[in-house]
Design a protein around this ligand. Structure first.
Ligand SMILES: Cc1ncc(COP(=O)(O)O)c(C=O)c1O
Length: 437
């Protein structure tokens, strides 16, 4: 196993030089030799920049037109100077763009920016979050290998591991994300990956990333963290000791519900090389247009995450007092079991609130159906508040037993707090809850 770096604080590494980032520059001249999905070493810092600066500036390479905003390179392939250069590029003797299934400048800018925010040496964009998880497993695992996955993860992630990878001889054990002893017991000689989300979808359980990273290191496995709910604005899992970060860009990175995309970020060259090779051959790459949308999303990410968090916490506090509500789950509530851990490893509590209505599925559905403004949709991380019934939507395709284990009851409702006025969101949710009294 490659050496892991623990205990580094944000800002320890990969800080871009002010001059390079602020002036654009010539870091990717055609034909200039550099690994295309490695975060550009020329952008590493002697003068550290803050995360908000990186979010709007990092990764941009200004072209001959001196454009201010990043262009969208809508091209499937790239032209060579001559046959010898084509051979050099295809033969990996020279680095440069060949074909947009492999690399594309707009996608590359997104990878650089997200990679720097995650403090990763490498970042590879994918067509979706599920494509990033699939690519990771296909690149690192073989039949006979074993994965421990948090049993509370997103329903499709659980299905992917159990129903699809299981068919290819990869064994899975699901463990409760907060019970370290059960993770320790689940690990075998063949265990290659520990896979978690934190906070989990939808109940916002908080996993101890440092403790699980230590366990992974002791066991010769790698810790993978799906950072969908926090984004790098609130949590940098690699700094906490994780080996790989997975993103669904579809959620907060876009932030406006426009495109589907994903990414994998790591400091482990072995993981990167295997992953990039797999992506290049199998083809679930991100489109340049989507990459451009996500770039624009990253520019406002930290502002949005702060406001999502404020609206979610206010909603959680109000829901807790409502007589038609049985339980509320948001890590910002002081009595949430993961509150102090979240306060330690996150820079905010995030925008998701789930709650159990007093009653059953009919009562949960009636609260959802009574909304007039809030959008009934399975997506989250949008400027618009969204509401869903996890048991019959996001987690419908896992078994009843898996739902029971994960705490996805029929009276559970998930809200992704948007950026609207908090009073308007509250009034819309109150409509259905008040009618239950
Ligand atoms: C936590 C989490 N991870 C991964 C995914 C999958 O992402 P995508 O829809 O971009 O494939 C989702 C989608 O809802 C999610 O909520």
């Amino acid at each position: 196993m490659p050496a892991r770096r623990h205990g580094e604080s944000p800002g320890d590494r990969h800080q871009p030089k002010t001059r390079n980032l602020l002036e654009g520059g010539d870091r990717q001249k055609p034909g200039k030799s550099q690994p295309m999905s490695k975060i550009d070493p020329a952008a590493l810092a002697d003068e550290p920049l803050g995360r908000d600066t990186l979010a709007v500036r990092a990764g941009q390479v200004r072209g001959p037109e001196r454009e201010h905003s990043e262009p969208i390179y809508t091209t499937s392939s790239f032209v060579f100077e001559n046959a010898a250069q084509a051979a050099a590029l295809f033969g990996e003797k020279e680095e440069g763009n060949i074909y947009s299934r492999f690399t594309n400048p707009t996608v590359r800018t997104f990878e650089q920016r997200l990679g720097m925010l995650e403090q990763a040496a490498y970042c590879v964009a994918t067509a979706s979050g599920m494509a990033a998880i699939t690519g990771l497993v296909l690149s690192l695992l073989k039949p006979g290998d074993h994965v421990v996955v948090a049993r509370e993860v997103f329903g499709s992630t659980l299905s992917l591991f159990n129903r699809i990878f299981g068919r290819f001889g990869i064994a899975i054990t699901a463990a409760p994300v907060r019970e370290l002893d059960q993770w320790r017991d689940a690990i075998r000689d063949e265990t290659r990956l520990l896979f978690i989300e934190t906070p989990t979808n939808p109940l916002c359980h908080i996993a101890d990333v440092r403790a699980l990273a230590d366990l992974a290191r002791e066991s010769g496995a790698r810790l993978v963290v799906d950072n969908a709910f926090c984004t790098p604005a609130l949590q940098r899992p690699l700094i906490l000791g994780a080996d790989v970060v997975i993103h669904t860009a579809t959620k907060y990175l876009d932030g406006q519900g426009r495109c589907v995309g994903g990414a994998m970020a790591t400091n482990d060259a072995e993981v990167h090389d295997a992953f990039f090779g797999m992506m290049r051959t199998t083809g679930p790459s991100m489109s340049p247009f989507n990459a451009w949308v996500f770039l624009k999303g990253l520019e406002t990410l930290s502002l949005r995450m702060a406001r999502h968090g404020d609206n979610a916490l206010a909603l959680a506090r109000w829901l807790r007092e409502h007589p038609a509500v049985e339980a509320v789950f948001h890590p910002g509530l002081e009595d949430h079991p993961g509150h102090s851990l979240a306060a330690r490893q996150q820079d905010g509590f995030g925008g998701i609130v789930s709650f159990r209505v007093r009653g059953d599925r009919a009562e949960a559905w009636s609260v959802i159906d009574a909304t007039r403004m809030v959008s009934i949709t399975g997506n989250l991380g949008d400027t618009r508040t969204t509401i869903t019934h996890p048991a019959t939507t996001t987690h419908a395709r896992i078994s009843q037993a898996e739902r029971d284990q994960a705490g996805i009851s029929d009276n559970l409702v998930r809200i992704s707090a948007g950026l609207e006025d908090q009073a308007d969101i509250q009034r819309d949710i109150a409509r259905g809850l008040d009618a239950l009294l």
